[in-house]
Design a protein around this ligand. Structure first.
Ligand SMILES: [Zn+2]
Length: 215
C-alpha cells in the first residue's frame, strides 16, 4: 500500500509529493524545492526513512512544480516522466524563471513521455495516469485505486479549481476534465492538490463553488 507524504515548498506554496511503497521504493511528484533548506528537508526525509527514489513525475510543468526537477534527477539519477504536451512549458520555464526571481533555476529535460492509460509501477504499487488538461495543456493526474487517492496537481483544489488564464489554459477544458474524468473517480477518493489541503471527490462535487454538481 502506498503512503503519501507531502511538503509545501517555494514562494508559491506548492505541494511536493512523495509516494512511498511498502518496499520503500518511492516516486517524487512535482518537486518544488528550490532553496537549500527545502532540498535538505526532502533529502533528509528520504535518507532517514531508507527510501529508494525510482521515478520523477510532473503533473504539469509550471515553474512552481518543476523548480527541484534537476536537483532530484542529479541526486537520485532517476528519469523525468511528463506528458509530451508539457515539454514546451518545461522549456519555457528557464526563460521566465529570472523574472519571478528564481535566478538559480536549473533547467531539466524530460526522459520519457507518458499519457492517459499508461501505468506507473514501482515497488509493488501501480498508478494510473489520467489526462486532465485545462489548467495546462498536457496536465496529468496520478490515481491509485488500491490506496484510494489521486495526485491531481492544479485541477481540483479544496474549495477551488486551477486557474486557466496562463498559456495553454482553457477554462471549459478544465471543467470537462473535472466533470468527465475526476468526478468519475469514487466519491471517497482522497484528492491531493498542488496547493492547499487535500480534499475528496465527494466534498468538491457537493460544495465546490466552481464545479459542484449536487446541492
Ligand atoms: Zn500550475
Amino acid at each position: 500500500m502506498i503512503k503519501v507524504q507531502y511538503f509545501t515548498f517555494n514562494a508559491f506554496r506548492e505541494n511536493t509529493y512523495l509516494l512511498i511503497d511498502s518496499t520503500k521504493e518511492c516516486v517524487v511528484i512535482d518537486p518544488g524545492c528550490y532553496v537549500e533548506r527545502e532540498r535538505t528537508l526532502l533529502q533528509k526525509f528520504i535518507a532517514e526513512h531508507g527510501l529508494k527514489v525510482k521515478l520523477l513525475l510532473n503533473t504539469h510543468c509550471h515553474i512552481d512544480h518543476v523548480l527541484g526537477n534537476q536537483f532530484i534527477k542529479n541526486t537520485y539519477q532517476v528519469p523525468l516522466l511528463i506528458h509530451d504536451l508539457e515539454a514546451e512549458n518545461l522549456r519555457s520555464v528557464q526563460v521566465y524563471a529570472p523574472i519571478y526571481g528564481f535566478e538559480q533555476y536549473e533547467p531539466s529535460e524530460p526522459d520519457q513521455f507518458i499519457s492517459e492509460k499508461d501505468l506507473i509501477t514501482f515497488g509493488e504499487s501501480t498508478l494510473q495516469v489520467l489526462f486532465v488538461p485545462g489548467h495546462s495543456i498536457g496536465h496529468l493526474a496520478f490515481y491509485c485505486p488500491e490506496a484510494n487517492f489521486c495526485i491531481n496537481g492544479d485541477v481540483l483544489f479544496n474549495g477551488s479549481i486551477g486557474r486557466s488564464d496562463l498559456p495553454g489554459g482553457n477554462h471549459d477544458r478544465l471543467l470537462q476534465s473535472i466533470y468527465h474524468t475526476m468526478y468519475l473517480l469514487p466519491d471517497e477518493t482522497v484528492i491531493y492538490c498542488g496547493h492547499g489541503d487535500p480534499t475528496t471527490i465527494k466534498k468538491e462535487k457537493f460544495s465546490n463553488p466552481f464545479c459542484a454538481i449536487t446541492t
